[in-house]
Design a protein around this ligand. Structure first.
Ligand SMILES: Nc1ncnc2c1ncn2[C@@H]1O[C@H](COP(=O)(O)OP(=O)(O)OP(=O)(O)O)[C@@H](O)[C@H]1O
Length: 288
């Protein structure tokens, strides 16, 4: 039984799926840009819009304790899905139930159960020492002091933060900042962690450290992880299951071994690299 901070009880036995996404569609309205001064003046009076279909009927379920790799080429719809699942975006159609909550409707209670890391965006305050951001997050999430202290100690030890925790965020390297971002997302003991490109721009050593840490919190704390990445080594090291999205549609949902078996026959090698397999999939589904 997982107890949410809003004193709602969520029983894993009640539903073997922690996350159920069903028929999600999301489009963005984008202003058409035309070249030339005349067109720019016209656009001041009458702006034309086009629609970008980012997600088209996306459905999947995720069980507690899974690590799922959500992959696809640039612009496929990965971040949009993560934003819908974390309650940042409201879909045009479809349902999403996570731990009994609809993320965009029950946002305040729901976010206490999730951690989110966007590799390209920071949740830390740029000009203040990392520890000040952590303290602020403690207050935002209402984490009891003893729990906060013990989480902070564990995270600082395992993510090697002791030397950087008093440094302002703007003075950190990308790898140091990413370790702090991951710690920040876990201070309130979430059951689910959404990681959107958590290893982007990291050196090999930092990537391995982040992967080891994700494996550890999954094994030891049972945290369910949904990970988007373009680094296939992340997928190989972490994901028990892969969801492939292309042009807003879900194209594959299964494990790596099945995928390997499917592509090994056409491959020159007995054990094609995951990179080879993914390139073949992108070609097969014509999504690049
Ligand atoms: N706020 C927005 N306004 C307009 N279009 C958007 C917006 N956010 C996303 N899109 C469009 O929706 C589509 C899916 O974008 P999304 O960011 O989800 O892709 P992604 O798979 O995460 O890509 P990448 O791997 O490059 O990060 C793209 O065509 C993108 O241009």
């Amino acid at each position: 039984m997982v107890r949410s901070s809003s004193f709602r009880f969520y029983s894993i036995q009640e539903d073997k799926h922690l996350i159920t996404v069903s028929g999600i569609c999301k489009s963005f309205k984008v202003a058409k840009r035309t070249s030339g001064v005349g067109n720019a003046v016209k656009a001041l009076f009458r702006r034309e819009y086009s629609e970008v279909a980012a997600l088209n009927d996306i459905s999947f379920s995720i069980a507690p304790g899974e690590i799922v790799g959500y992959i696809g080429p640039n612009g496929a719809g990965k971040s949009t899905t993560i934003k819908v699942m974390s309650g940042i975006l409201v879909p045009d159609q479809g349902t999403c139930t996570i731990m009994g909550y609809t993320p965009w409707l029950d946002r305040v209670a729901y976010v206490k159960n999730i951690g989110v890391v966007f590799g390209q965006r920071s949740q830390l305050w740029w000009d203040v020492p990392v520890i000040d951001s952590f303290d602020l997050l403690r207050d935002i999430y209402n984490v009891p002091e003893a729990e906060y202290r013990s989480n902070l100690k564990l995270l600082a030890e395992t993510l090697d933060l002791e030397d950087i925790i008093r440094t302002p965020v703007r003075q950190l390297s990308l790898g140091q900042r990413m370790r702090c971002e991951i710690a920040a997302s876990l201070l309130h003991n979430p059951s689910i962690l959404f990681l959107d490109e958590p290893t982007i721009g990291l050196d090999a050593v930092s990537k391995i450290a982040v992967r080891q840490f994700i494996t550890r919190i999954n094994k030891e704390k049972g945290v369910t992880v949904i990970l988007t990445t373009h680094d296939m080594n992340d997928i190989e090291a972490l994901a028990q299951r892969i969801l492939l999205i292309g042009k807003g549609s879900l194209l594959y949902d299964g494990d790596l071994t099945t995928l390997r078996e499917r592509y090994v026959e056409d491959s020159q090698s007995d054990s094609p690299s995951i990179e080879d397999i993914i390139v073949r999939m992108y070609k097969e589904y014509q999504i690049t």
